[in-house]
Design a protein around this ligand. Structure first.
Ligand SMILES: Cc1cc2nc3c(=O)[nH]c(=O)nc-3n(C[C@H](O)[C@H](O)[C@H](O)COP(=O)(O)O)c2cc1C
Length: 286
């Protein structure tokens, strides 16, 4: 029996594990509440495990490129804890509040270190995931949903839904109209059948795009499209397939290539940059 088959059989025999990654410090805040409400609606026997990302010590990526070559990240912090818990889980709910038109910073810290997830990638790949953005002000959601989609793409999980919940006050995520949403999300999390994501980009359904003249470039998959006279999207050039883990491996290969280029041109590059070393005064807190 292959390792994959054994893992599958073992996970079928025990209650499922849903891991909620909560990007908010607020206890019983909207992210936490909505995640729990989704879990309450999952019919399959399961355990909901929760990690409050901002409470962890996840340090910024140092850009050393060690993980690009599948080495271990040299930073000693809580990242390994997150990845180990992810490897044990059968499904994910990633929920973050919108902060200043973007996602909460702990999500980006996790994303910046995502290449070191290579050791768990095969275990989390294609596992179902629901993304939740909670926001307080109508028309101030900014680019937050794109950030969660990007994290999901680099972790290779299968995004079953990406939802935006308007919730200014604690508890607003439990308003009647959202309870119905949570019911649907919970009841479909482990179902094989998936409804395609809906969004502006005709390739990956991301809503955040750049406008270049009459063309639009998706900020997630970088597919190019325009709109016809009825405002329907017309595909021009497909971008990355962000639902395929090859997207992550290709990105890593590009970085590896850059590392090799740096090594071969090291002398020339150092000659260019070293004269800048002594310019300016670095300020640091005492
Ligand atoms: C520092 C901070 C910045 C915020 N910035 C935004 C924002 O740019 N747009 C918005 O719609 N809501 C913003 N909000 C509101 C939260 O996104 C909203 O209340 C969310 O539901 C909080 O989720 P939580 O209870 O899980 O923390 C902000 C809240 C805080 C504390």
């Amino acid at each position: 029996m292959s390792e994959g088959q054994r893992t599958k059989d073992e996970s079928a025999a025990r209650p499922k594990i849903i891991l909620g990654l909560i990007g908010s410090e607020r206890k019983l805040g909207n992210c936490e509440l909505f995640t729990k409400e989704i879990s309450r609606n999952v019919q399959e026997e399961h355990e909901l495990r929760l990690i409050r990302l901002p409470s962890l010590r996840i340090l910024p990526c140092k850009g050393c490129y060690r993980c690009i070559n599948e080495g271990d990240c040299p930073i000693e912090d809580d990242l390994g804890f997150v990845f180990d818990r992810m490897a044990e889980a059968d499904a994910f709910i990633i929920a973050s509040p919108v902060y200043f038109l973007g996602t909460q910073a702990s999500v980006k810290l996790l994303l910046d270190r995502a290449f070191s997830s290579h050791r768990i990638l095969k275990k989390v790949q294609n596992k179902p995931c629901i993304l939740v953005n909670t926001y307080g002000i109508k028309d101030r959601m900014g680019v937050a949903p794109q950030a969660l989609r990007t994290l999901a793409a680099f972790l290779c999980v299968h995004v079953k839904a990406s939802v935006n919940i308007e919730a200014a006050l604690p508890g607003d995520a439990l308003k009647e109209q959202y309870l119905g949403r949570a019911r649907t999300l919970g009841s479909t999390l482990f179902q094989e059948k998936s409804t395609p994501l809906r969004g502006f980009c005709p390739y990956c359904a991301c809503d955040i795009v750049q406008a270049k003249g009459k063309r639009y470039i998706c900020t997630l998959c970088h597919g190019v499209f325009s709109l016809d006279e009825t405002q329907r999207p017309v595909k021009i050039k497909a971008g990355w397939d962000v639902t395929d883990s090859q997207f992550v491996y290709d990105h890593r290969e590009w970085l590896k290539g850059m590392k090799d280029t740096f090594i071969s041109r090291r002398k020339e590059i150092m000659n260019l940059i070293l004269p800048y070393k002594t310019i300016g005064t670095w300020l640091e807190p005492r």
